[in-house]
Write a protein that binds this ligand. Sequence first.
Ligand code: CA
Length: 225
Amino acid sequence: MRLLLVEDEKRMAQALCEILRQEKYDVDHFADGLDGLYALETKGYDLAILDVMLPHKNGFEIAKQARKEGVLTPILMLTAKSELDDKVTGLDCGADDYLTKPFMTKELLARLRALGRRNINSPDGTLAFGDITLNKETSTLFCGENSVRLSEKELRILEYLIANQGQILTREQLAVKIWGYDNDTEYNNVEVYMSFARKKLNFVKAKVEIKAVRGIGYELRYDHV
Ligand code: CA
């Protein structure tokens, strides 16, 4: 499981990284709020741990901004005891859980396991829309009795479209989400991968379609009548 840790206290961060890696989490650590936000928005983590007080952007702001950008990664907030209203603010801003410092390692790991199981919007690592189901663990797309394996990019495209169902996503949003901000991927690539994703949908005979909205972007549609 890929985990993002944003914590500026050196010793705390070092200790957490060590513990989490022992528990087989694949950890990326950042000490700066802006770096943390950028990573959270672009790298598709399975879990995130955010400290509240951070340089340049605090944990609440990071969570709020990331949610606004459509990031669904479960977020655990670390708060200091003195920050009394943090619990409320933390949940308001889109964090999923909070833990007060100092905490027991056991408690932290238990919370992370619970959040990890939540895995975006279903308990078993699957996402569903219309007649399709996506299994993230195995990168497989299902429709009725048909199934097909997806490439990493196809999986992320469909995952993002399902997570934002009912909305038109621009090419730019998709490019940023799938390839990251600092990637100079041409928007044409988005179209190429959209056509790959469409082929996979056709292959499993899904009624769900990726509709291009001229001049704007893409939308996932399910016309079942
Ligand atoms: Ca701090």
